[in-house]
Each structure stands twice: as structure tokens, then as C-alpha cells.
Design a protein around this ligand. Structure first.
Ligand code: SF4
Length: 245
């Protein structure tokens, strides 16, 4: 059984996938998003600890009674796709134990191990951070083609998908962007939900502690009304959108 680096656990999460979820934050990220809330997960090892998949399962099982019909485990990060074999072992054990599996990812890594992980993944929360390639290149550090290719694979495999986007005023809060996001959702049958998440700056203290600049520190944060207004352009996904604020 392989071991993997985990940053932290959250026992009863309600914003990372359907229902009540046990959230596992993986250590390490291949991207450097300027809006990132978790810069402490960037380093490959960082302050994390090594865990075996069986130990993760043992922790998840403690909360199984809270999962009811639609809850389960969510792997987040950092980027879970950097440790696909470890993630797959965790999901395979969870599925053996009747626990729903959900993957929160940027969709920026595609290889055979990642494809094997998708074999035991019930839902993907795919962060489509922008709808313009220039914004991806400038603010994320990869091409938009990667998450779009990843979404194509999810669609081929018919894996239930939630598209998520952090709304950052002056950067991606235009109606034009939301319309493009809507078109991306509509052209992939696997997408049954779209979530707009408000940009927040509570992570500033993490950047201060790490002594690195928070690139978006000077940008404003959206109001609840701003998010509701943009949600209204998502038409058929409107019933599925979360309040987000
Ligand atoms: S993919 Fe997620 S964890 Fe990685 S830099 Fe971007 S926001 Fe941060």
C-alpha cells in the first residue's frame, strides 16, 4: 500500500461536494493561482504528514453515519492529481465500504494514473478558473486547454461534474465570462451543477506567515448580491447553484 502526503483533514464539510463530506486536503500543487486560498499546500512535502490509504479510510469511517444518501469523501488540496495512485487507493477502499467519492481538482494533470483514479471517482468538482486562455496563462500558470481536455474526458466517461469558478471582481465578474461558462457547461452533458464562489481574502494571514506576496490582495471582494446577479445568468443551472456567500 502506498503512502501519500496530506496537509489536513476536515471532518464534516458542507461546501466541497454534495451533502456532508469528510474532506482530505492533499499536500502539493503544480499551479500557482494568484487567487489561491491555500498557499500552505503548494510545497510538495511542506509541513504535511505521510499517511497510508487505510489510515485515511479508518478516519472516514468514523463519520459514515453523517453522510446519509449523498455525502461521502472529497479529496481536495493542493492538487490530488499529483498523487493519483494514493488517491485511487483511498477511493477504492471507500467504494468497497459504500462511501461516495468526490474529487476537487484543477484538471491540469492528465496521465494514465489519473485516468485510473477516475475509474473510482463518483463526482468531480472541476475548477474552471477563467474562460479566457490569456487569464489562465497570466493568473494560473497553465493553458485553459488542460482543464477543457480534462472536462472532455469526464464527459466521455459520464462522470457527474460540478463546474466551479471563484468570482474575482474586475478580473472575471463580467456577464460575458458567465455566458462563456454557461456555454462550457451546456456543451458537456456530464455537468449537472455550476457553482460561483466569492473571492475572499482571509488567506492573507497565510501569505504573511509564509512571507510571500498575495498577488490579488488589492482586489475587491464580491457582495452576495453580485454573486446572485451572476447566478441568474446560469439559467438551467440556477436551481443547482449554491448560495455561495
Ligand atoms: S490549483 Fe488550487 S491549490 Fe493550486 S494554486 Fe490553484 S487555487 Fe491554489
Amino acid at each position: 500500500m502506498s503512502k501519500g502526503y496530506i496537509h489536513s483533514f476536515q471532518s464534516l464539510g458542507t461546501v466541497d461536494g454534495p451533502g456532508v463530506r469528510f474532506v482530505v486536503f492533499f499536500q502539493g500543487c503544480n499551479l500557482r493561482c494568484k487567487c489561491c486560498h491555500n498557499p500552505d499546500t503548494w510545497a510538495k512535502v511542506g509541513d504535511s504528514k505521510l499517511f497510508e490509504a487505510s489510515e485515511v479510510l479508518r478516519r472516514v469511517l468514523r463519520y459514515k453515519e453523517y453522510f446519509k444518501d449523498n455525502g461521502g469523501i472529497t479529496l481536495s488540496g493542493g492538487e490530488p492529481l499529483l498523487q493519483p495512485n494514493f488517491a485511487k487507493e483511498i477511493f477504492a477502499l471507500c467504494k468497497e465500504n459504500g462511501i461516495n467519492t468526490c474529487l476537487d481538482t484543477s484538471g491540469s494533470i492528465i496521465n494514465n494514473d489519473v485516468l485510473a483514479l477516475l475509474d473510482v471517482t463518483d463526482r468531480v468538482l472541476l475548477d474552471v478558473k477563467y474562460t479566457e486562455n490569456s487569464l489562465y496563462l497570466e493568473n494560473v500558470g497553465c493553458s485553459i486547454n488542460l482543464p477543457l481536455e480534462f472536462l472532455g474526458i469526464l464527459n466521455e466517461r459520464n462522470i457527474s461534474t460540478t463546474l466551479r469558478q471563484v468570482i474575482i471582481p474586475t478580473v472575471n465578474d463580467s456577464i460575458e465570462n458567465i455566458n462563456k461558462l454557461y456555454e462550457i457547461a451546456k456543451s458537456h452533458k456530464c455537468v449537472d451543477k455550476v457553482e460561483l464562489l466569492p473571492f475572499r481574502k482571509i488567506c492573507q494571514t497565510k501569505y504573511d506567515e509564509m512571507n510571500i506576496p498575495f498577488s490579488f490582495a488589492a482586489l475587491p471582494t464580491p457582495t452576495k448580491k453580485d454573486i446572485e446577479h451572476l447566478n441568474s445568468f446560469l439559467f438551467e443551472y440556477a436551481l443547482n447553484t449554491s448560495p455561495s456567500v
